[in-house]
Design a protein around this ligand. Structure first.
Ligand code: NAD
Ligand code: TYD
Length: 353
């Protein structure tokens, strides 16, 4: 155990972004022990890590982050030196249906981890607690402007309210107890292993199966999309070289209205599936808007770029094409995660609109 230069606890490592972070850490830092701690909710899937889970420096612990005794045991058993915290309930629509799970995991679970890290690391140095958060904490933009690290918090959905609350607790633990925290707030991610309840993987799935493409409202809401591996590289940079007590915004200046994006995906998939161009667009179905739907998100990542030299590695069109290929080539993964309660949940969500 002591041969490892760091023993990093990654929470939520079986999820979308967490699995990319773990893959990157295992590849780049063979001298670290990487402990993946995940409850395996509907969104967690160990198959996301099947290409790396036999590496000697990887461990998995099935634990709920609200379970204080179990978390304390993990810190002690693995002599955890650092935390990268990604575990969360992450879907806005689910938070509108039922906010309490979001309060429990995102707020109570985060405070639980902070408390245990603070107690475990008491009196020793060189630790990092990196909290991974979202740009949604800043609320909604009008036509102009970008979110910077000094934009006031103004969360509008139960999801973003729970993430904003967790961010406040992370800062409170830094100021009150001197816990060595770092924070990142990222825009919408896309890429492989993304659970098909979020816009891009849901649309890929429905286009492939000739199902309706539910576009909320007029489709004119704007999101700023980033390749998930570029988010993982930003987390790597901030975790290692970011300043303690600081927040860094992460994003790639890549704004799309939802309808533009869905039409782009339709045409891309028409080509890949050998359909006539324009055929999949016929599946677009405008449905009742999301309650409290944030109009526009867009990130200014200048601080991260200037201080740490980070920049995105891939153009959106190329990343999207790779993402579609991944989904078409990984039908077993899609079938596994969309079986069971997924279909029931989606039929219900869709019929409710
Ligand atoms: P995800 O839903 O794909 O994965 C979340 C993971 O957390 C799952 O593996 C799940 O099993 C686990 N989990 C949930 N509740 C848990 C609990 N109580 N105890 C232990 N594990 C639990 O989410 P994601 O999209 O990978 O997001 C990861 C993090 O990044 C979240 O904190 C999210 O707020 C943040 N984030 C996401 C995006 C995005 O575009 N997806 C953008 C910015 C920030
Ligand atoms: P989503 O992927 O849920 O991410 P977030 O709400 O956290 O930004 O949604 C992205 C955008 O796509 C958002 O404006 C809502 C919209 N959307 C649809 O129009 N239809 C859908 O079926 C989904 C899931 C999202």
């Amino acid at each position: 155990m002591e041969n490892y230069s760091k023993r990093v606890l990654v929470t939520g490592g079986a999820g979308f972004i967490g699995s990319h972070v773990i893959r990157r850490l295992l590849k780049h830092y063979p001298n670290y022990l990487i402990v993946n701690l995940d409850k395996l909710t509907y969104a967690g899937n160990l198959q996301n890590l099947s290409d790396v889970d036999s590496l000697p420096n990887y461990r998995f612990e099935r634990v709920d982050i609200t379970d204080a005794d179990a978390i304390r045991a993990v810190f002690a058993n693995f002599q955890i030196t650092d935390v990268i915290h990604l575990a969360a309930e992450s879907h806005v629509d689910r938070s509108i249906e039922g906010p309490m799970d979001f309060v429990m995991t995102n707020v109570v679970g985060t405070v639980n981890l902070l408390q245990i890290a603070k107690d475990y690391w008491k009196g020793s140095d060189n630790h990092v607690f990196h909290h991974v958060s979202t740009d949604e904490v800043y609320g909604s933009l009008g036509d102009e402007g970008l979110f910077t690290e000094s934009t006031s918090y103004d969360p509008r959905s139960p999801y973003s309210a729970s993430k904003a609350s967790s961010d406040h607790f992370v800062r409170a633990f830094y100021h009150t107890y001197g816990l060595p925290v770092k924070m990142s707030n990222c825009s919408n991610n896309y890429g492989s292993h993304h659970f098909p309840e979020k816009l891009i993987p849901l649309m890929i799935h429905n286009i492939q199966h000739n199902k309706p493409l539910p576009v909320y409202g007029k489709g004119d809401n704007i999101r700023d999309w980033l390749w998930v591996e570029d988010h993982a590289s930003a987390i790597d940079a901030i975790f290692h070289r970011g300043r303690v007590g600081e927040s860094y915004n992460v994003g790639g200046l890549n704004e799309w209205t939802n309808i533009e994006l869905v039409k782009f995906l339709c045409n891309l998939m028409d080509e890949k599936l050998g359909r006539e161009i324009g055929e999949s667009e016929k599946l677009i179905t405008y449905v009742t808007d999301r309650a409290g739907h944030d109009k526009r998100y867009a990130i200014d990542a200048t601080k991260l770029e200037h201080e740490l030299g980070w920049k995105p590695s891939i153009l959106f069109e190329e990343g999207l094409s790779k993402t579609v290929d991944w989904y078409l080539e990984n039908q077993d993964w899609v079938e596994k995660v969309t079986s069971g309660s997924y279909q029931e949940y989606y039929d219900q969500m869709y019929l409710n609109r």
